[in-house]
Write a protein of this length. Structure first.
Lengths: 330, 455, 317
């Protein structure tokens, strides 16, 4: 080829790219959620399918409709996979017998208020799925706290019962350890024989997903490990002091802790940028979660803890800097 | 396995020309010698139109301050002394020589015979440095810093380790790799000369694990002739970009971190020399041969014959491409240097210079950057940055023109390695913006400095 | 009753103590600022554009007061407010304002997509400063407009816009306050802050290329080749050629427009003159006409690359 006929492209270095993309990361998280998805379908059947489908569809629809018609943007943002992910995570935070209209409201709040009011992906200060969940939790406390038992494959008619967390709360409130005896075994909780929201059901599947994300370098280990570690240590301390507090293994496996630690707190946009900051953030979430669970009025504190720390993320980013190369320790 | 301690990325290696032996490129019909082949003041032309020159004739003497001389690599007649387009993309002063024959200056030893350190007798350190300076040698890894200056540590500092940079962490490039395979002993003698020049007992050769043949060859050679080459050690390094960065290499090899500018590697007792520079030093000191040729990798996925050329400085790039099988049809971008830090060229008339380590022809498809989308704050740039900076933050400050914020967040420490932009899932032009900030902040600091002096 | 009384007393006491603290603090930490600074700042436009060379309007007000104490307001000008504002400032400070002629930003490059062929394609952050780091950039001219619109982004007054057809910025004379922000933003110094001229009329060399004539001619069909013809034709010694580039001194120029006719490259343009009397094929040099008038014949003199003829859409941020 003759150079004269060619108009070379010029740009500053680097001239190659690693090939990573927003889509790859978002759908990577979705793939990591597949084991948990299968578990939730296995344990909750039809209800799970309806809730998840509705949630994902509603989130994608709202993302498209709002960016297109309200914000008037030409760029199609639903392809980046973030709306799908928000939908999945929102669905995982809901009980399998939730009516469709409530789910749609949740999706609207998550996408509309949680994300797009702030400018869309990358600009939201709070995790959109959690904003949706907490909104529903406060607006529809009855529906949002009656958790179907594991193995209830129906939809609206699923039988509900006390979750392990509710039992733990009762044990603390009344100082009666007999409630703790009613808890399922740690193994059952790990595999998923407990009541709760869709995503909480199987801690094992969530852990598998988490390992996948760390292996694929979608997330780093800092946030999940620091949250789980802090909760384990703190709950263990309480358990040692007073046996009406549940044992730390069960505390870690119960409720949304695993889902929160692996998938919600690790959300890119709302977590700190540096490894040090992520450790601080994770530990603070752990402490808050234990405090809310043990002393708050709600049995579950994970979503509140994450949202509170989301609010502190900018502060952490401002004050916690990575170690500069060659920095001399003062 | 040793490596540097902060950040780093793993670009696809694509060392297409690793197995192709060094080939001597044809002497060009016309050679262009830029007076700006190094960092610092340009060389000053000492020839005029019509002058006869030989291979090794001085064309430009070193300018004032930081500078090196420029020599002719061809024989012939000076056709003009004028500003021409060079790899920087601008027109700058150069000497253009029309080639006639191939006559060399008499003082240059053209034989291939190995001259050992012993053969040189009692050569003084000053003499070694004088010959290096006189030969116009600069850092040949691409930074083109005058080598003679680097070998004279400022008062109060002492060289404790010579580190030979044979990392070649840039994808595609194989010039240093081939040089090590084909001229191992010459390189070892060159290292001895540097050790002698700065009176330093210890030298390390840092080589990445993707060049096992070079590691083996040099290790065996050192074992075999341990008495002849004392105090030299091969250090295999884990493959990670930007290991060839001076600061990263020092960290990887001897575990010391050079503090932020204005500190220099010598402040932690290290002197880093590229392996190509070491070879040039060998030739300059033992053979009286100025820096007139270098090894350059011409490569690319569509290039017919990716080759390592031994090319005369001043050879137009077009000629090397022709020798490597011509310009591929689907070429989109032409890069002088490697893909991570090289410069995109606008013309193929650009000559080979002292710092040209490679010529990379990228296909049209590879050349275009992906569509930019908003930052998702994934923090991958922060963990990729080998200097421990926050590229996302610096880029946002640049957009806001908050130069104070950039300065406080150490933008001047950026080594422009491109790891941040390489890793960004949103394809954001992080380094483009950081360069703007770095330039501006450097200007502000300089202005402040001048103001302080005035007062 | 007792409760109310206690509440009133306690609150009253707190109030009194706080008031005392505030009073003492105000006395102790009072900052004495020259009241004239505030007054001057009031008459300034408060655009905080920095065009005066000081950090914002209050910075400029402070500088004015300081200068007034020294006895002269010379060299101080609010480019946005211009003469009227400076007169007000002088009034407040009891001084006389120095007369200064109004200025305007002028883009000294006419290298449109047609007259200056693109020899490369720029990819990266859409910023002139970034493109400028790549040598001559998309065209072969290392001095001309880069077309990424750094100046547009810098303008606080919405007075400069990219023309997508030419790929060059155009200044709105009405809105331009000559604050100089665009000029500072341009990495190549293409934009000059120039005297506005009588009735807004001015004659300008629309080129910034300091290369030798032959090189310039290769890069652009309307570049100044430093042929000196304009210098010879000018009766008022207003034109100088320095570094291969002609420059018209606006203070000496008498707006005779002889140089415009003489320039072989059409690099000299006259702005805001009434149309000339119909002479033999001398088109009126209105602003837009300057762009369109390039005849196709000139293409023969462009050996570098081949002008595609297509008008490339200018890249904007």
């Amino acid at each position: 080829m003759n150079f004269k006929n060619m108009k070379p492209i010029i740009s500053l270095s680097p001239h190659v790219h690693g090939g990573d993309s927003v889509q790859k990361n978002m759908f990577g998280v979705c793939i990591a959620l597949i084991p948990a998805l299968i578990a939730s379908l296995y344990f909750f059947g039809l209800g799970s399918a309806i809730v998840l489908l509705t949630s994902v569809a509603a989130c994608v629809f709202f993302e498209w409709a709002i960016t297109r018609f309200i914000l008037g943007r030409e760029r199609l943002t639903i392809c980046d996979g973030s709306a799908v992910l928000t939908g999945l995570l929102l669905g995982f935070n809901l009980p399998s017998n939730l009516p469709i209209w409530i789910i749609i409201i949740g999706a609207l709040v998550a996408i509309g208020i949680g994300k797009l009011t702030f400018g869309g992906l990358g600009c939201n200060p709070f995790n959109p799925a959690l904003v949706g969940r907490v909104f529903l939790l406060i607006s529809f406390p009855v529906q949002m706290t009656s958790w179907p038992l594991s193995g209830q494959l129906g939809y609206l008619d699923a039988e509900t019962g006390a979750t392990p967390l509710a039992l733990m709360k009762l044990a603390i409130k009344e100082g009666d350890t007999s409630y703790l005896d009613q808890l399922p075994s740690a193994f059952d909780m790990l595999v998923g024989q407990t009541g709760g929201s869709l995503g909480e059901v199987s801690a094992l599947c969530l852990l598998i997903g988490c390992c996948y994300m760390i292996w694929k370098k979608i997330i780093t280990w800092h946030i999940p490990v620091s949250i789980l570690g802090t909760v384990f240590v703190l709950a263990g301390l309480f358990h040692l002091i007073d046996s009406s507090y549940a044992n730390p293994v069960q505390v870690i496996l119960a409720g949304g802790l695993m889902l929160g630690a692996c998938f919600m707190a690790t959300d890119y946009v709302t977590s700190p940028m540096t490894a040090k900051g992520q450790l601080i953030y994770g530990c603070a979430i752990g402490v808050l979660t234990v405090l809310i669970r043990d002393f708050g009025s709600y049995p579950e504190g994970m979503s509140f803890a994450i949202l509170i720390m989301n609010g502190f993320t900018p502060l952490i980013n401002t004050y916690v800097k990575p170690k500069r190369f060659g920095e001399v320790k003062k | 396995m040793k490596t540097f301690h902060i950040g780093g990325v793993h670009p696809a290696e694509n060392k297409l020309s690793a197995a192709s032996p060094i080939r001597t490129a044809a002497i060009p019909k016309q050679a262009v010698f830029s007076m700006f082949q190094h960092i610092g003041a340009p060389a000053v032309p000492v020839v005029k139109k019509g002058d006869e020159v030989k291979v090794g004739t001085l064309l430009g003497e070193a300018g004032k301050g930081l500078s090196v001389p420029v020599f002719s690599s061809v024989s012939g007649k000076v056709s003009k002394v004028d500003a021409v387009l060079d790899s920087s993309g601008t027109r700058r002063m150069a000497v253009i020589v029309d080639v006639e024959g191939d006559e060399w200056e008499d003082h240059i030893d053209r034989s291939d015979k190995l001259v050992t350190f012993k053969d040189l007798g009692s050569i003084t350190a000053e003499e070694v440095i004088r010959r290096i300076k006189a030969a116009g040698i600069v850092g040949m890894g691409g930074a083109t810093f005058p080598t003679g200056v680097k070998l004279m540590p400022p008062p109060g500092t002492k060289a404790e380790a010579i580190i030979v940079n044979a990392v070649e962490c840039e994808p595609y490039l194989t010039a240093d790799h081939r040089l090590m395979l084909e001229k191992p002993e010459q390189i070892l003698v060159g290292i001895q000369l540097i050790k002698h020049a700065v009176n330093c007992p210890k030298a390390y050769i840092g080589i990445e694990m993707n060049k096992p043949d070079a590691i083996k060859l040099l290790t065996d050679l050192l074992k075999e002739k341990a008495a002849q080459y004392p105090g030299i050690e091969v250090v295999p390094l884990k493959v990670k970009y930007p290991q060839g960065g001076e600061k990263q290499l020092i960290d990887a090899v001897i575990g010391r971190q050079v503090p932020a500018p204005p500190a220099l590697p010598i402040n932690v007792g290290a002197i880093v020399q590229n392996v190509g520079t070491v070879y040039a030093i060998y030739e300059a000191v033992t053979k009286n041969k100025p820096l007139i040729e270098r090894i350059i990798t011409v490569t690319g996925k569509s290039v017919a014959k990716p080759t390592n050329f031994l090319a005369r400085i001043g050879t137009p790039m077009q000629q090397l491409i022709d020798e490597a099988g011509g310009l591929p049809e689907d070429t989109g971008k032409i890069i002088g240097g490697g893909p991570m830090m090289g410069r995109a060229l606008m013309s193929l008339e650009v000559p080979v210079t002292k710092g040209s380590s490679g010529l990379l022809l990228m296909t049209e498809k590879e050349s275009r950057r992906g569509e930019v989308s908003p930052c998702i704050r994934c923090a991958k740039c922060v963990s990729a940055c080998p200097m421990g900076l926050e590229p996302y933050l610096l880029a946002s400050y640049t957009r806001l023109k908050d130069w104070d914020g950039c300065e406080k967040n150490d933008v001047t420490s950026c080594i422009e390695c491109g790891s941040c932009a390489f890793t960004c899932p949103s394809n954001r032009p992080l380094l483009d913006n950081i360069r703007v900030a770095k330039q501006t902040v450097m200007g502000i600091i300089k202005a402040r400095h001048m103001e302080a002096i005035k007062k | 009753m007792n409760v109310i009384l206690i509440a009133v007393i306690v609150l009253g006491a707190i109030g009194l103590v706080s008031a005392l603290i505030l009073f003492l603090a105000a006395k102790k930490f009072a900052v004495h600022e020259d009241e004239r600074i505030g007054k001057v700042a009031e008459v300034l436009p408060q655009a905080n554009c920095g065009g005066c060379g000081f950090p914002g309007c209050s910075g400029f007000a402070g500088a004015c007061v300081k200068a007034a104490d020294k006895g002269s307001l010379e060299g101080l000008l609010c480019p946005v407010g211009g003469q009227p504002v400076m007169e007000k400032v002088a009034d407040i400070l009891g001084m006389k304002a120095e007369a200064s002629a109004p200025k305007v930003a002028v883009v000294r490059c006419n290298g449109t997509c047609e007259s200056r062929p693109r020899i490369a394609e720029f990819d990266g952050a859409q910023s002139c400063r970034v493109q400028n780091m790549l040598g001559s950039g998309e065209t072969a001219c290392a001095y001309g407009c880069l077309g990424c619109g750094d100046c547009v982004a810098a303008c606080q007054f919405d007075a400069i816009h990219m023309n997508p057809e030419t790929g060059l910025p155009e200044v709105d004379d009405e809105k331009c306050t000559a604050c100089g922000a665009c000029s500072k933003a341009c990495p190549r110094g293409v934009i000059e802050i120039r005297l506005k001229g009588l009735k807004n009329r001015r004659v300008v060399v629309l080129c910034n290329n300091k290369d030798k004539g032959a090189v310039t001619r290769k890069a652009c069909t309307v570049g100044c080749i430093a042929c000196q013809k304009c210098v010879k034709v000018c009766k008022f010694e207003a034109i100088t050629v320095e570094g291969n580039l002609a420059y018209i001194d606006a203070e000496k120029c008498k707006l005779c427009r002889k140089c415009e006719d003489e320039c072989p490259q059409n690099a000299i343009h006259a702005f805001n003159f009434p149309p000339r009397k119909p002479k033999a094929e001398a088109p009126a040099a209105e602003k837009p006409a300057a762009v369109a008038e390039k005849p196709a014949a000139n293409e023969a003199t462009v050996p570098v690359g081949s002008p595609t003829g297509n008008v490339e859409p200018a890249k904007e941020q």
